[in-house]
Write a protein that binds this ligand. Structure first.
Ligand code: PEP
Ligand code: CO
Length: 448
């Protein structure tokens, strides 16, 4: 160690490397003041919690648990309300119950929540009616409104992102352990929904079976505490490295660095350059981390990413989140899995069936077909079954509200309906009924 190195400082080696998708902050001094302030604020999560999640993910790699990870494509500050957070958590809990009951496997619940405020964009600018402005990059950076003022990156937004993450996580923690997530509430989560959709009605029947099982257990004198609360973890894409570094702290027990902005962070398809800043940052923190991999990923890329992020082969440390597209998953996923097996590596594989299946509807709305989403998940299961590996989970974009952003579902949404409630700040999300439809299909096909 050199005389000037501060052993308690957060790892900063990424600063010397190319960092894709960073905002063009107009005032670097303001950014510095904000990140200094963030660095003095309390951690949002604790190192010990991240360690438990890493153990859970190690169990996923061994085939003993299944991940349900999901939430908005882009959270918004306006969406950090009790109602919106509860609706999302309720949907996640309902999906988890369907999966636990149908697939008979422990479900690790990870929200794309409490920090998902920054987005990579395919173009830095957006043009409307001949006017060119910076693209919306998420509420942590600029505003959605198409005005020069809103679209100018503002570092003060990073502080709001931190505070919105804190209130969201606080709500999630309270809902997860304060009685709301008690399995005896399995009917209550559905009350406002049962009449609205076929998925809600199918869920109601399942909830009835669970109720009977719980009554039976109670009659036997069994009332395990696991039924009264759930473990909930937060996650987001580690995109804004200034923010992530400001939230990175040394664990007081071990002196090791953890990114305390979330339990789990992932590096996106567009920023996972092996020699870039994002992978360097992720390699320096001890949280469990994910990497998104798309259809053009080569087996050698996957092995290099695993070696860089997890040289010690710590179980559960790196998760691969595949997002291949329904049409390609059966062809492009096998070589990646085979390469990993050949190295004797066991990792959690998670299927993101959303990002490879986006298209533009005739109305101009960015959308996805539930049919394609289901097909990619089925393809993911088929490939893993064929190779004897474990399909470890799903990563989805959904909301608890009754939006019309993706087409299809048992309560059919047609392309012509998309305008009715198209509310996403970024990619189209499954609504609650479509999310439950997906959970039932995944539960049915997990063992088949
Ligand atoms: C996302 O998860 O919203 C995203 C941008 O995904 P990807 O990095 O896979 O494109
Ligand atoms: Co998205």
């Amino acid at each position: 160690m050199t005389a000037t190195a501060d052993p308690m400082a957060a790892p900063a080696s990424w600063r010397g490397l190319p960092a894709a998708q960073q905002p063009d902050w107009p005032d670097r001094g303001h950014l510095q003041a904000v990140t200094d302030e963030l660095a003095g604020l309390p951690p949002l999560v604790f190192a010990g919690e991240c360690d438990v999640l890493r153990e859970r993910l190690a169990a996923v790699a061994r085939g003993q648990a299944f991940v349900l990870q999901g939430g908005d494509c882009a959270e918004t500050f306006a969406g950090a309300t009790a109602d919106a957070v509860r609706a999302k958590l309720q949907t996640l809990l309902q999906m988890a119950v369907v999966l636990t009951y149908g697939a008979s496997v422990p479900i690790i619940k990870i929200g794309r929540m409490a920090g998902q405020f920054a987005k990579p964009r395919s173009r830095p600018d957006e043009i409307r009616d001949g006017i060119e402005l910076p693209a919306y990059r998420g509420d942590a950076i600029n505003g959605f409104e198409f005005t020069a003022q809103a679209r100018t990156p503002d570092p003060a937004r990073l502080l709001r992102a931190y505070h919105c993450s804190a209130v969201t996580l606080n709500l999630c923690r309270a809902f997860a352990t304060g009685g709301f997530a008690d399995l005896h509430q399995v009917h209550a989560w559905n009350q406002d929904f049962v009449a609205q959709s076929p998925a809600g009605q199918r869920y109601e029947r399942l909830a009835g079976e669970i109720d009977r099982a719980l009554a039976f257990m109670r009659a036997c004198g069994a009332d395990p505490e696991e039924l009264h609360a759930v473990e909930f973890y937060s996650s987001h894409e580690a995109l804004l490295l200034d923010y992530e570094q400001a939230l990175t702290r040394r664990d007081s027990r071990t002196g090791l660095p953890y990114d305390t902005s979330a339990h789990f962070v992932w590096v996106g398809e567009r920023t996972r350059d092996l020699h870039g800043a994002h992978i360097d940052f992720a390699s320096g923190i001890c949280n469990p981390v994910g990497v998104k991999v798309g259809p053009d990923t080569k087996p050698s890329d996957v092995l290099a990413l695993i070696n860089t992020l997890n040289p010690d082969r710590e179980p559960g440390r790196v998760t691969l989140i595949t997002r291949m597209g329904a049409g390609r998953v059966r062809e492009v996923l096998p070589p990646l899995i085979k390469a990993v097996i050949a190295e004797g590596i066991e990792i959690p594989w998670i299927c993101d069936p959303m990002h490879g299946n986006t298209f533009e509807a005739p109305s101009g709305h960015k959308t996805r077909r539930l049919h394609d989403v289901l097909d990619e998940v089925q393809g993911f299961f088929e490939v893993h079954r064929g190779l004897g590996t474990h399909p470890g989970g799903i990563h989805i974009e959904f909301t608890g509200d009754n939006v019309t952003e993706c087409v299809g579902g048992s309560h059919e949404i047609a392309a012509g309906d998309l305008h009715q409630r198209y509310e996403t700040a970024c990619d189209p999300r499954l609504n609650r009924g479509q999310a439950l439809d997906l959970a039932f299909i995944v539960a049915d096909s997990y063992h088949s």
